[in-house]
Write a protein that binds this ligand. Structure first.
Ligand code: FES
Ligand code: FES
Length: 166
């Protein structure tokens, strides 16, 4: 099949590649770019394990062709740590609040939460739950994911983090 030439920025690095038009962005990222943090958890666009940030939007990369990413800026979980290699507030929050177990949903969850906190820097619990409703987790029951995002929001905003009473 004729391949298309694409140029995009992934985690701050310029990338050029040849892709088949039918290649899904998730497969391009995982198989051609070796960015295997984003996962595939479904065939129907529900689970959000494949979520990446594309031009400041959360995008399910299993529902996007790689050719559609031509000219865009993409951030994957591999690009969210701080420049000095330390964990981002969200990564730290997920660790501190035990927001992951198997870790399979976590790359998509953190990348989505990153965009959520750009959209709404101080979300309520309801807003967090709504904001991550495109991301499924089979392990945590979500409670600690909500706390992880609250932890990160507090850290970013310089406000004290208080765990809600159970
Ligand atoms: S792999 Fe499930 S939404 Fe993309
Ligand atoms: S931590 Fe296992 S699916 Fe979320």
């Amino acid at each position: 099949m004729t391949k298309s030439h694409i140029e995009l920025t992934i985690n701050g690095k310029k990338v050029e590649a040849l892709v088949e038009p039918r290649t899904l962005l998730i497969h391009f990222l995982r198989e051609q770019q070796n960015l295997t943090g984003a996962h595939i958890g479904c065939d129907t666009g529900h689970c959000g394990a494949c979520t990446v940030d594309m031009d400041d939007m959360s995008v399910k990369s299993c529902m996007t062709f790689a050719v559609q990413a031509n000219g865009t800026e993409i951030t994957t979980i591999e690009g969210v740590a701080n420049a000095d290699g330390t964990l981002s507030a969200l990564q730290e929050g997920f660790r501190m609040m035990h927001g992951l177990q198997c870790g399979f949903c976590t790359p998509g969850m953190i990348v989505r939460a990153h965009r959520l906190l750009q959209e709404n820097p101080a979300p309520t619990e309801d807003e967090i739950r709504h904001g991550i409703s495109g991301n499924l987790c089979r392990c945590t029951g979500y409670v600690n994911i909500v706390k992880s995002i609250q932890y990160a929001a507090a850290k970013i905003n310089g406000t004290p983090f208080q765990e809600a009473a159970e």
